[in-house]
Write a new protein. Structure first.
Length: 221
C-alpha cells in the first residue's frame, strides 16, 4: 500500500486544471491487473474494477485528483517514521491504495459470497468537473446494482453515515433599492431570499422597529 500510494503521489494530478489524469489512470489499471483484478477497464479518465461473481455490488469509491500544490516538492513522497507526506497522501491517494488492498484481502479470504466489490477511481472530484463521477452517471455506469458505497475520505478516524457534496445555484431575487438615509423605502434582497414566514417576520421587524429607531442612537449589547 505504501508503495502504491507513493507512486500515485508522484503523479501531479492537480485539479484545477486537471493535469496528468491519463498517467494516474494508467498506473491504477496496471497495478490492479498485477494484483489479479482481471475485470478492470477505463471509462474516459475513470477506472472501474470488479471482483466477485454476484450481481449485488458494494462500491469502494475514491478520487485521484488533488488540489494544486504550493510547491512541486509536494509531489515527492517522503516517509518520516510511520507517516507518509506528499500532496494527496491524505486526500485521498492513500485511500485508493487502502480500498484496493481491502478488496484484494476480501477476495483472498473468500468473503464475497454471492456479491461483489466494485472499485470506482475517478478524477475531477475537487472541482465537481465533468470527467469523473458525473461522466459515469451520464452514461448509466455509476452505482449499477449497488447495495452501498464506501469512500475512504479523511474523516479523522470517524465513520460517517452521510453524504458530503456541494451544490451551486443561480437564483433571482427581486427587491427595491433605496438611499441609505431612506432605507425604509427599500426592500432588502436578503429578506426576500428567506423562507416566506421568516422573511415576512423580518420585514415587519424592519418596518415597525428599525424605521422607528432610524433617527436615534442604537446601542448593541
Amino acid at each position: 500500500m505504501l508503495e502504491l500510494t507513493s507512486e500515485l503521489i508522484s503523479i501531479p494530478t492537480e485539479n484545477p486544471p486537471g493535469n496528468n489524469y491519463a498517467q494516474a489512470a494508467d498506473l491504477l489499471c496496471r497495478r490492479l491487473r498485477e494484483l489479479g483484478f482481471t475485470e478492470t477497464r477505463m471509462e474516459g479518465d475513470c477506472v472501474l474494477s470488479f471482483v466477485g461473481d454476484g450481481e449485488r455490488t458494494l462500491y469502494f469509491s475514491g478520487h485521484y485528483d488533488v488540489v494544486p500544490a504550493q510547491n512541486p516538492s509536494q509531489f515527492l513522497p517522503v516517509t518520516r517514521g510511520s507517516n507518509l507526506f506528499g500532496r494527496g497522501s491524505s486526500d485521498m491517494k492513500s485511500g485508493l491504495a487502502a480500498m484496493i488492498y481491502a478488496a484484494k484481502s476480501v477476495r483472498e479470504r473468500g468473503l464475497l459470497g454471492d456479491g461483489r466489490i466494485g472499485l470506482v477511481l475517478v478524477p475531477d472530484e475537487e472541482t465537481a468537473g465533468p470527467r469523473g463521477s458525473r461522466y459515469l452517471a451520464d452514461r448509466g455506469l455509476l452505482g449499477k446494482s449497488a447495495i452501498g458505497m464506501l469512500t475512504p475520505e479523511p474523516t479523522g478516524d470517524v465513520v460517517w453515515n452521510a453524504n458530503r457534496g456541494a451544490i451551486t445555484l443561480n437564483i433571482t431575487v427581486k427587491g427595491k433599492s433605496a438611499h441609505v438615509g431612506r432605507q425604509h423605502d427599500g426592500v432588502p434582497l436578503f429578506f426576500q431570499a428567506l423562507p416566506e414566514q421568516l422573511g415576512h417576520a423580518l420585514l415587519v421587524f424592519h418596518d415597525q422597529y428599525l424605521h422607528a429607531l432610524s433617527f436615534h442612537t442604537i446601542v448593541s449589547i
